[in-house]
Design a protein around this ligand. Structure first.
Ligand code: 3PG
Length: 327
């Protein structure tokens, strides 16, 4: 009984002390849809916290300056560098409204005792839908009026079977595609539960499937890991769709593949660094978005933004660290 009373007192004091003082800043270089911003603001202010907004900022210094005067940040692919972290004297938590957190200096945050979280799954349907939008666009010769091809009965290999990969599998089945997957961290049994054929290795996946949809994160192990050897295994009329990160591709090898195979096509959500060379020589076989747009839908913005705000409020009020990624 005594413990319960203390616990309730602790929760009450946390709520009271924090809610009057804490600031939550939505800091997005690439702004969320207005509807999402309004909803995020409402949740934050209704819970008694102060709302800050830093949108479409022009220099890294603006994020550093905001970090100095806030207790928490909601970000997208904004670069939370060591300088941002070290400037944040009051900063306690950074939540990446999205999946990939390769844009946050986790070591610097951990050293300063700052919690970093992501919001897994919240924008994955948007990314998966883009995969198919771009695949159809390319299969139909960029809608230029020439005869194209269909996705039905083609094989798609999902490289990494997380939240986005699962959504890709669901949609692929609707298109009538044969769906395969490989994930170094998900067992074949778990993959098969989604009625997807699990392959034993990444080499097998690339050898089997005309379409490959990439969903690996960018980290020390995966950067530049998709190279010539793997891509040259792909069957005739190979299409690599990259809505993950451009950094996972070995771009020198990518150029070599284009040079050595006339049937290779590359779709990427955000242009590779060597985009101008590829577009100059192989424009018919490439498609690059002008900036990263996979999660750029109103629904994904609302889902990820609200999840981030709620996670921060729960962290301040109850010490909840469920989605922490820098443990
Ligand atoms: C993610 O990692 O969640 C996606 O790449 C989306 O990133 P964005 O929020 O910067 O568009």
């Amino acid at each position: 009984m005594k413990t319960q009373v203390f616990f309730l007192l602790y929760i009450f004091l946390n709520k009271y002390l924090y809610s009057k003082k804490m600031k939550i800043t939505l800091a997005t270089d690439k702004p969320f849809a207005k509807e999402a911003v309004d909803k995020i603001k409402a949740i934050i202010t209704d819970s008694g916290f102060e709302f800050g907004l830093l949108e479409s900022y022009k220099t890294p210094q603006e994020l550093i300056d905001e970090a100095k005067i806030t207790d928490s940040l909601i970000i997208r692919s904004d670069l939370v560098t060591k300088d941002v972290i070290n400037a944040g004297d009051r900063l306690k938590i950074v939540v990446r409204a999205g999946a990939g957190y390769d844009n946050v200096d986790l070591d610097a945050a951990t050293q300063k005792g700052i919690v970093v979280m992501n919001t897994p799954g919240q924008n994955s349907n948007a990314v998966a839908e883009l995969v198919f939008g771009t695949m159809v666009f390319m299969a139909r010769t960029k809608f230029n009026g020439n005869s194209g091809t269909e996705l039905k009965d083609k094989k798609i290999g999902i490289h990494a079977f997380g939240n986005v990969g699962r959504n890709v599998a669901r949609i692929a089945k609707g298109f009538g595609m044969e769906t395969y997957a490989f994930d170094a961290f998900v067992s074949p049994e778990d993959i098969q539960k989604d009625d997807v054929k699990a392959l034993q290795s990444v080499q097998e996946l690339y050898s089997e499937c005309q379409y490959i949809s990439l969903h690996i994160p960018a980290n020390a192990d995966t950067k530049k890991s998709i190279g010539f050897e793997l891509l040259s295994k792909m069957p005739k009329n190979a299409v690599l769709v990259n809505t993950a990160r451009k950094e996972v591709i070995n771009e020198e090898d990518l150029l070599r593949i284009f040079e050595s195979r006339k049937d290779f096509c590359y779709i990427s959500d955000i242009a590779p660094d060597n985009a101008s060379v590829l577009m100059e020589k192989y424009a018919d076989r490439c498609f690059f978005t002008p900036k990263k747009i996979g999660a750029q839908t109103e629904e994904a913005n609302v889902n990820a933004g609200i999840a981030a705000a709620v996670q921060i409020i729960n962290f301040f009020e109850n010490g909840d660290k469920k989605y922490q990624v820098n443990k």
